[in-house]
Write a protein that binds this ligand. Structure first.
Ligand code: ATP
Ligand code: MG
Length: 146
């Protein structure tokens, strides 16, 4: 029998609305934009990451000079974590959020509209089906996925 998490491989992505988005009051507008763009919410959690969780989530960046800055920022306030479903979810969501640096992001993207800076860039989106599954499992167990 396949678990709900295994179904995430081709049509699901994982997102976090980052602390700047929450602090700046953009949570509702960003969730609305995600829904209006055709994504279905499969799981959602309002939470705050511990330092240990943030260090593990961003382990892939542990050699980058901004790693501890990123960990400190991601633990600085509440976030919203969510699993989203849509055909071609990973690529379409990356298009919706725009480039890492809002200065480079296309008009109409979430980062262009709501991000503060390259570091405080409002939203995370998985960069592959494999990472979407790993990141979804990091934040949710199968009983939390609709
Ligand atoms: P995300 O993984 O959050 O969706 P991304 O894939 O566009 O973003 P990555 O290269 O994976 O970008 O970087 C992860 C996060 O690290 C960025 O979203 C940003 O918050 C932070 N970051 C990236 N580059 C820098 C930098 N030069 N200085 C500070 N923070 C940075
Ligand atoms: Mg990334």
């Amino acid at each position: 029998m396949h678990s709900k998490l295994e179904k995430m491989t081709t049509n699901r992505t994982f997102t976090m609305l980052k602390p700047d988005a929450i602090e700046n009051g953009h949570m509702g507008k960003i969730i609305d934009l995600i829904i209006q763009s055709g994504f279905t919410i499969k799981a959602m959690k309002y939470t705050q990451l511990t330092k240990e969780q943030a260090m593990k989530f961003y382990e892939v960046h542990s050699e980058r000079p901004f790693y501890m800055e990123l960990v400190d920022y991601m633990t600085s306030g509440p976030i919203v974590a969510a699993i989203l479903e849509k055909e071609n979810a990973v690529a379409d969501f990356r298009t919706l959020i725009g480039s890492t640096d809002p200065a480079d992001a296309a008009d109409g993207t979430i980062r262009k509209s709501y991000a503060e800076s390259k570091a405080k860039n409002a939203v995370h989106g998985s960069d592959s089906d494999e990472n979407a599954q790993i990141e979804g499992e990091f934040h949710f167990n199968s009983s939390e996925i609709i």
